[in-house]
Design a protein around this ligand. Structure first.
Ligand code: IMP
Ligand code: MG
Length: 176
């Protein structure tokens, strides 16, 4: 499959994605029962994962959206800037961050640092994917869908220059 100038292969098909998402949701339903968690969805990448994940959440919750920008094309730029405000009513709440992928971790680290000032009661991370070999930071991802190799992926919300986000399978950059 071709997106712009690059070729991609299917890496995680939609059926496998569905079982990963079901598993994550059941863990969160169990651990946050009676806690009324405050979900913060990291836009744009997490939109598809979040919409599938949240449909499987059966406990009471509050939901808002956050946007931090760091990626340009196929590279993390290293500079992370907020593009949406953190809602101030996260104070004293059990915050659960919903993320598509933790790559270098720099975006998440910058966000966690900012979030601290709003004094949530607790902060947990649900991430669909993580690239452990690319990670430059240390924070726990308590609910991880799948650890993947350090290669560029697209689909299921993840983009290559804003293309490919709507694909239902996850694709990986083809070797040449
Ligand atoms: P990080 O700051 O390096 O951890 O990356 C932050 C964001 O970059 C993630 O939340 C994704 O939205 C995006 N990203 C990281 N790796 C990939 C990838 O392989 N494909 C598409 N987007 C990615
Ligand atoms: Mg992104």
């Amino acid at each position: 499959m071709k997106i712009l100038d690059k070729e991609f292969d299917v890496y995680i098909p939609a059926e496998e994605i569905d079982s990963i998402v079901c598993h994550l949701a059941s863990e969160v339903n169990r651990d946050f029962k009676d806690k009324n968690p405050y979900f913060l969805v990291m836009m744009n990448g997490a939109f598809m994962f979040a919409s599938d994940f949240l449909r499987k959440i059966t406990i009471r919750n509050k939901l808002s959206f956050i946007k931090y920008k760091s990626y340009n094309g196929m590279q993390s730029s290293g500079k992370v800037v907020p593009e949406m405000m953190i809602p101030s009513d996260v104070k004293d709440r059990d915050v659960v961050i919903i993320e598509d992928i933790v790559d270098t971790g720099l975006t998440m680290q910058a966000f966690l640092e900012d979030l601290k000032q709003f004094q949530p009661r607790s902060v947990s991370i649900v991430s669909f994917l993580m690239k452990p070999d690319s990670l430059k930071c240390k924070f726990p991802v308590k609910y991880l869908g799948k650890a993947i190799e350090n290669k560029f992926v697209v689909g299921y919300g993840l983009d290559y220059d804003d293309e490919g986000r709507g694909l239902g399978d996850l694709y990986i950059l083809k070797e040449n």
